[in-house]
Design a binder for this molecule. Structure first.
Ligand code: AMP
Length: 219
């Protein structure tokens, strides 16, 4: 099962991908997480990507497209994967299609997590994430048991640099202009299902799984 999670920054793609990964036993592929790991370890890719990420704009397609194409060829993706944060524009969507075609595979479903702008801003302004496993917290609504420490892996949690107020505005604009057109793109291919992203985390995961199952039974 090859799934794409779409949604604005702060919609909960990361949290839901992690949950889905555990439930469906397929890996989460987060381009944001992979890029941040490259920035931290100062690889060539990380050094190139950082200037774009700091501004809240998309890293050039050629840098991310190959990164994803390589990742989905790994053995753990043989039975499926969850793409989190990719594709972010139509050229990226076309490139993953070509890669999958060459492997005799396809995208089975695209889930859009829908959250209004006010809630996105509320979530992003207080978001804290784990440096190691990427688990997400919120300073008011979802605090870790031990301050500054991830409940899941015990590593340090921090505020992403691109969660600052002005960068968040830029990221939301990029989402509207470049990523949101993917909703029509996948609706036209009868792959898109929208899910309400407001509610309990597990309740939303259940709704996503139900939508994926329904889509599968229809094909
Ligand atoms: P995310 O963690 O998904 O919010 O991504 C953080 C940042 O990484 C984005 O604002 C972009 O600068 C970059 N990024 C992540 N995924 C992609 C992608 N598929 N294409 C281009 N840039 C990306």
């Amino acid at each position: 099962m090859n799934i794409i999670l779409l949604g604005a920054p702060g919609a909960g793609k990361g949290t839901q991908s992690k949950n889905l990964s555990e439930r469906l036993k397929i890996p989460q592929i987060s381009t944001g997480d992979i890029l941040r790991a490259n920035v931290r370890s100062k690889t060539q890719l990380g050094q190139k990507a950082k200037e774009y990420m700091d501004k809240g704009v998309l890293v050039p397609d050629e840098l991310v497209v190959n990164m994803v194409a390589d990742r989905i060829k790994d053995a753990d993706c043989a039975t499926g994967f969850i793409l989190d944060g990719f594709p972010r524009n139509i050229p990226q969507a076309k490139s993953i299609e070509t890669t999958l075609d060459g492997m005799n595979k396809k995208i089975d479903g695209v889930i859009g997590i829908v959250v209004d702008r006010k809630e996105l801003l509320r979530r992003l302004s207080g978001r804290r994430v784990c440096k190691k496993c990427g688990a997400s917290y919120h300073v008011i609504f979802n605090t870790p048991i031990n301050i500054g420490m991830c409940d899941k892996c015990g590593s340090e949690i921090y505020q992403r640099e691109d969660d600052s107020e002005e960068t968040v505005e830029a990221r939301l604009k990029v989402y509207e202009q470049e990523t949101a057109p993917l909703i029509d793109y996948y609706t036209n291919r009868d792959l898109y299902r929208a899910i309400d992203g407001i509610g309990g985390v597990d309740q939303i995961t259940n709704a996503i799984i139900e939508a994926i199952d329904k889509g599968n039974n229809n094909t």
